[in-house]
Design a protein around this ligand. Structure first.
Ligand code: FAD
Length: 390
């Protein structure tokens, strides 16, 4: 059949429940119907498709692990991972939109928010009726967010927020932003900024060659008056935003493997059909080497994700384990996408096939949520006990 089958060389499907497989199938079918037919055009024209939000909400992809009481899907971490895998197989921009909403907006409100904030925002975010973004990175502070200069000052009845954030996914279309800023004691705090607040604007970042179907922008705060009830009461210090990143990075680890699977599947089919020198190019050793290495790396990464998901379910996964999985998944996906592109020859650079689009998207996925270098240093620090960042 034409239906995409997950490459599953080590029968990892046996480790999944019927519900997991059913969830994967429903997201896969949605991607096939709602994303794949238009994604090429969206990317060529740099259009973010806002309608995807309520549809992903219906599928439970926005805040999959948030309890149903707050509108979430109340699923486990493996289900969340499989959803991100299937979304990103469609396009990294779709997975990014869901990751930001679920892990970077709903997760901090759920974890650090007041009961009133949870009731006010979470159900609408879960349905995709409301769109959120997450503002941590600043023009002068990327890998080192502790240096941030966005400032929150207490005015008695309200706060005043000044500063700016850059490279913020969903910013141009967001209704709310979870923003990280330093208070007068230099402590990092989180606030919910709403569109329409005076002095708050979200200029769009244009001209990207990567994640073209994702809306990226700045968050600019010019003396924005923030009501006291918009402060996340339980979030104090950098560990609060970092805990959100741990959740999103876990989804990226699965998503990048989804991209790798799509590139492998595309390259394998092409190689079996395309003939040169009188036989399918899949019959040449140099092509087989690429394909064999692809499936080997995919299988290793699938097992790592599955194991990480079970550790996360048991609340035992460490941030360093998540860093390793995110970094490895991006690394192998980028290599597999590049090799797949070559197997497709000239066809590989066109939009007839998804490979070049994935390859370009991966350049963002490698950099955001902690760069490749930063994740390596996290592993380095974890195994040696010595911080090599500074
Ligand atoms: P820099 O920190 O300036 O790093 C530049 C280079 O130096 C990198 O290679 C880096 O690895 C290296 N480097 C830095 N420090 C060290 C060190 N100690 N040792 C060795 N090498 C080092 N941010 C948000 O807050 N919210 C979002 O929604 C969001 N979405 C994004 C969407 C896209 C499409 C992109 C591209 C970025 C997004 N980001 C977002 C920002 C992203 O998280 C940052 O780009 C990332 O953290 C890196 O920061 P930087 O770009 O300033 O690079």
């Amino acid at each position: 059949t034409d239906l995409f089958q997950s490459p599953d060389y080590f029968q990892i499907d046996d480790l999944l429940s019927e519900e997991h497989k059913w969830i994967r199938e429903s997201v896969r079918q949605w991607v096939k119907k709602a994303v794949s037919p238009i994604i090429e055009d969206c990317c060529q024209r740099a259009i973010f498709h806002k309608d995807w939000f309520p549809q992903m909400g219906e599928l439970g992809c926005l805040g999959p692990t948030i309890p149903q009481e707050y509108g979430g899907a109340g699923l486990d971490e493996i289900a969340y991972g499989l959803m991100m895998q299937e979304l990103e197989r469609g396009d990294s921009a779709v997975r990014s939109a869901a990751s930001v909403q679920g892990s970077l907006v709903m997760f901090p409100i759920f974890t650090y928010g007041s009961e009133a904030q949870k009731r006010k925002y979470l159900p609408a975010l879960a349905k995709g009726e409301m769109i959120g973004c997450f503002g941590l990175t600043e023009p002068d502070h990327g890998s080192n967010p502790a240096g941030m200069t966005t400032r929150l000052t207490d005015q008695g009845d309200y706060f005043i927020l000044n500063g700016s954030k850059m490279w913020i996914s969903n910013a141009p279309v967001a209704d709310i932003a979870v923003v990280w800023a330093k208070d007068e004691q230099d402590q990092i705090r989180g606030v919910i900024v709403e569109r329409g607040m005076e002095g708050f604007s979200t200029p769009e970042t244009k001209g990207k060659w990567s994640l073209r179907a994702s809306a990226t922008g700045e968050l600019v705060f010019d003396q924005v008056k923030i009501p006291k009830e918009n402060l996340l009461p339980e979030a104090r210090g950098l560990k609060a935003p970092l805990s959100c990143l741990s959740s999103a990075r876990y989804g990226i680890a699965w998503g990048a493997v989804g991209v790798a699977m799509d590139c492998y599947d595309t390259a394998l089919r092409y190689a079996k059909e395309r003939k040169q020198f009188g036989k399918p190019i899949a019959g040449f050793q140099l092509i087989q080497k690429k394909l064999a290495e692809m499936i080997t790396e995919i299988t290793k990464a699938q097992l790592l994700n599955w194991r990480l998901g079970t550790l996360k379910n048991a609340k035992k996964a460490t941030p360093a384990q998540i860093s390793m999985a995110k970094r490895n998944a991006c690394e192998i996906a980028a290599r597999i996408a590049r090799d797949a592109r070559q197997i497709l020859g000239a066809m590989g650079i066109t939009g007839e096939y998804p490979v070049m689009r994935h390859l370009m998207n991966l350049e963002s996925v490698i950099t955001y949520e902690g760069t490749h270098e930063i994740h390596l240093l996290i592993t380095g620090e974890d195994i040696t006990g010595i911080n090599a960042f500074v």
